[in-house]
Design a protein around this ligand. Structure first.
Ligand code: GLV
Ligand code: MN
Ligand code: MN
Length: 425
């Protein structure tokens, strides 16, 4: 797919990369965790994840980088700068959602390795420390937490989190860490306080660039996310003997609440969004009226006040439904990630690099969450978006045109060149 370009005067030269290696590696990575039911399932600390991390680590070693795995399993490839200073870092996450796509996270990892490899090959040792990183986890697909890798780097892990948080089989994060040779007691050693800039290339995951025929976006704001758990309690009953009008069916109540959640976001208007992504019932038997239903809500908005109002409205509507149906409801906050404004300075570096490619980038707000939003507390963080065909993401058929993957990586490399091959701060 070739998009129209807004051509401007070229101010810098676009850095060359090995396009075939980049595309080949993306394809290779997509084999690690390829799910029989379609898409890719690469969950934290599972064999597919270990295999993907080994692959990324091998690429970094092939480039002659100094490679290390940190205390939570993030893998770093580093080249020392001739004049030291704080590090310039690029990367993204290796994990996926269940049956996810080949680019969400993976593109940012493969592109960062390619950019650093190509820069060092072409220009030699940088003046600044230059690193690529494969971040261990962002999605929250296995454990009841998310952004684990970036939060470890940014010193944002919660006390006892690894011992407390479990996956669907009851395995704690700490146990899973031990399973891949990591010591949960040392998780705090992953903290970095010496990063100057973090730059993440990512697929947009929405339709804005693709629909407009634009090729690059620079993110200004990443929307905030609230995760809630709603528990609805009614009474279990006999599916044959209990008449319809005397039941207190928790699932019927939850169903009305799910509709009310979506309605609250629709009425709030864009960019408000709310999703019920999981639901379970108890006792979960074909001939028993559900006595309990539990579902999660993911509610997002790029403005903090509007996000708080959305959460309050969702809570209010769930309570109204519960009252109407004579059910009990409890709404519990699981986690809260505030909206983040990314670095103007590093964003400008990306904008200049886009112009070097002859493309005026679109200013964007990301509805999706990203490692950069967490790393913005530890560094000046910026993000570059390339189009997602049809806006598709978090699904197996997520795709971006090869020429956009290449362009995004060249622009990333160009930005890293400006950041790492100049005087230290
Ligand atoms: C991850 O992709 C998220 O936005 O939750
Ligand atoms: Mn992602
Ligand atoms: Mn994702």
């Amino acid at each position: 797919m070739v998009h129209a370009q807004n051509v401007r005067v070229r101010t810098t030269e676009l850095v060359a990369i090995d396009e075939r290696r980049l595309l080949r590696r993306l394809n290779e990575l997509s084999q690690r965790g390829a799910a029989p039911e379609g898409g890719i399932t690469r969950l934290l600390y599972t064999p597919a994840w270990v295999s993907a991390m080994e692959l990324a680590s091998g690429w970094m070693k092939d480039a002659g980088l100094l490679v290390r795995r940190d205390a939570v399993g993030n893998v770093w490839g580093r080249v020392e700068g001739s004049r030291g200073g704080r590090a310039i870092v690029s990367g993204s996450h290796v994990d996926t959602v269940r049956c996810g796509g080949a680019l969400d996270g993976a593109l940012g990892v493969v592109a960062a390795v390619e950019a650093v490899t190509s820069l060092v090959a072409a220009f030699g040792r940088p003046t600044r420390i230059l690193e690529c990183v494969a971040i261990c986890e962002e999605e929250g697909s296995r454990f009841a937490t998310n952004l684990w890798g970036a939060r470890a780097i940014a010193d944002r892990l919660e006390p006892d989190e690894a011992a407390r948080v479990r996956d669907g089989d009851g395995v704690t994060l700490a146990e899973a860490m031990r399973g891949v040779g990591l010591d949960p007691a040392r998780a705090a050693q992953a903290v970095r306080r010496d990063i100057d800039a973090f730059v993440e290339l990512h697929v947009e995951q929405g339709p804005v660039l693709d629909e407009r025929g634009e090729r690059l976006g620079v993110v200004r704001v990443v929307a905030g996310t609230a995760h809630l758990e709603v528990t609805v309690r009614g009474e279990p009953d006999h599916a044959g003997a209990a008449a319809m009008e005397r039941r207190h069916d928790a699932l019927l109540g939850a169903s009305a609440m799910v509709l009310a959640v979506a309605e609250a976001a629709r009425e709030a208007g864009p960019p408000a969004v709310a999703t019920v992504g999981t639901i379970s019932v108890e006792p979960s038997q074909v001939n028993v009226v559900p006595g309990l239903a539990r579902f999660t809500v993911d509610a997002r908005h790029s403005e903090e006040r509007a996000r708080a109002e959305l959460v309050a409205e969702i809570t209010r509507r769930c309570k109204v439904v519960a009252r109407e149906r004579d059910l009990a409801v409890e709404v519990r906050a699981l986690r809260d990630r505030p909206a983040v404004t990314l670095s103007e300075r590093v964003g400008d570096v990306l904008r200049r690099a886009c112009l070097a490619a002859g493309v005026t980038p679109r200013d964007m707000t990301s509805g999706a969450g990203h490692d950069a939003q967490i790393l913005s507390v530890a560094a000046s963080a910026a993000m570059l978006f390339v189009p997602s065909i049809g806006g598709r993401s978090h699904r197996g058929d997520e795709a971006t045109a090869a020429e956009d993957v290449v362009l995004g990586t060249r622009v990333l490399a160009t930005a890293l060149r400006e950041l790492a091959y100049e005087a230290p701060r």
